[in-house]
Design a protein around this ligand. Structure first.
Ligand code: HEC
Ligand code: HEC
Length: 337
């Protein structure tokens, strides 16, 4: 009896080990060559879309990817699946290449890092709640029901992009490029000149963006004004935006391997875009829940007080950031961007 039992356990164990080894070693095919991707760096790559499985999960992944690419068509102001977004932008306008471009606000390690504590809400958010954050802020929309097919599909897609990223881990390329902080504040006036010379041909002289003829969405998304992202959304922060611009704008010219703007130029143009003395943008609708109920959780470049240090709103928004960083380090305070 005993021997038979042991043999059975041994066979089950052996089979499991073989299965685990086999699944670990299965290579994830890389996307086709493209200036943004490279096989010769350790930068993470999302699996190729041809590997999306032909099962129920795969169907959701494919629909989710379509939603990230054509968000306005499905759930925009005139969406065929519901009117949720307050503007005609698509997720992929910021989460470039449907969230698969290195250093382009991608979803590489997103699934692996959620549920996550978020300082802005001072609570743990699920992936679904985080998606709704982007629907409410950059898109000025109303939250999707957490269990609707569109939400489930987008989360399945984000899960699939992060295939093989261990839970709790980050991977190379999942954040935007780093920038060095200059000793001066970011300068919106210098940024205005860069904008006029480099960006306005696509995004418009008034940052209004340009649509294709069908008016469902944009060819070049807006950067400020009533149809752009809200005050308080992530790209409204100067450093957060500058890091994205460095590796990705102007579109099709800058790449993370060959940025176009210098760090100072990226900060200046981000300051110009996000300067609310010059440009207006939508405000948060529901003011009943304040952002960052505990100011300790606030990112340094979040330009709306109160703060746990004594620096002004102006300096938090535009810099210079080095004095804030050293003050915080000296006082054992969190340094978060
Ligand atoms: C050749 C046209 C082109 C130029 C020039 C260009 N962009 Fe863009 N930009 C785009 C496109 C297209 C997207 C959306 C990307 C997508 O959907 O794949 C975009 C997206 C963005 C976004 C994120 C989406 C949004 O609307 O908030 C920002 C911010 C941005 N660009 C800023 C800039 C800045 C600043 C410059 C100048 C330094 C610039 N762009 C130059 C075409 C351009
Ligand atoms: C105007 C730009 C913009 C648009 C449009 C946008 N987002 Fe975001 N989103 C951001 C930024 C910026 C962040 C913060 C990224 C970071 O901190 O590196 C973010 C973060 C996220 C995160 C968390 C990622 C992580 O790894 O922590 C998810 C998930 C997300 N967005 C989903 C979406 C979805 C789904 C849509 C479309 C319905 C969308 N976003 C539209 C700018 C945008």
């Amino acid at each position: 009896m005993m021997g038979k039992y042991r043999l059975k356990t041994f066979i089950i164990l052996l089979a499991s080990v073989i299965l685990i080894i086999a699944s670990c070693n299965r290579p994830v095919p890389a996307p086709k060559e493209n200036p943004y991707y490279s096989r010769d760096t350790a930068t993470f790559m999302a699996p190729d879309t041809s590997t999306i499985p032909n099962d129920q999960f795969g169907d959701l992944v494919r629909y989710g990817r379509d939603l990230i690419l054509h968000t306005a068509y499905y759930i925009g102001p005139n969406g065929i699946k519901g009117k949720y977004l307050g503007n005609k932008m698509n997720c992929t306008n910021c989460h470039l290449d449907a969230g698969t471009r290195p250093y382009g606000f991608n979803f590489f390690s997103s699934y692996a890092r959620y549920p996550q504590y978020r300082g802005r809400e001072n609570e743990v958010l699920t992936m679904e709640q985080r998606v709704n954050n982007c629907i409410e802020r950059p898109h000025s929309g109303i939250p999707l029901p957490l269990d609707c097919k569109e939400m489930v599909a987008m989360v399945c897609y984000i899960r699939w992009v992060g295939t093989n990223v261990p839970i709790g881990h980050q991977v190379k390329g999942d954040e935007c490029l780093e920038i060095e902080y200059p000793d001066r504040a970011a300068d919106p006036e210098k940024g205005a000149k860069i904008y006029a010379a480099v960006c306005s041909s696509c995004h418009g002289i008034n940052g209004e963006g340009k649509g294709p003829e069908d008016s469902v969405t944009y060819q070049f998304p807006p950067l400020w004004g009533p149809h752009s992202y809200q005050i308080g959304s992530s790209p409204y922060r100067v450093v957060k935006l500058a890091r994205f611009l460095k590796g990705n704008m102007p579109d099709k010219i800058a790449t993370w391997r060959k940025p176009f703007l210098t760090d100072e130029q990226a900060l200046d143009v981000a300051a110009f875009i996000n300067d609310d003395r010059i440009h207006s943008r939508p405000q948060k609708k529901d003011k009943s829940t304040p952002d960052y109920p505990d100011p300790k959780g606030k990112a340094i470049d979040y330009g709306i007080g109160p703060f746990i240090d004594t620096f002004s709103e102006q300096q938090h928004k535009f810099g210079p950031f080095k004095p804030i960083i050293s003050y915080r380090k000296a006082h054992n305070m969190p340094v978060k961007f």
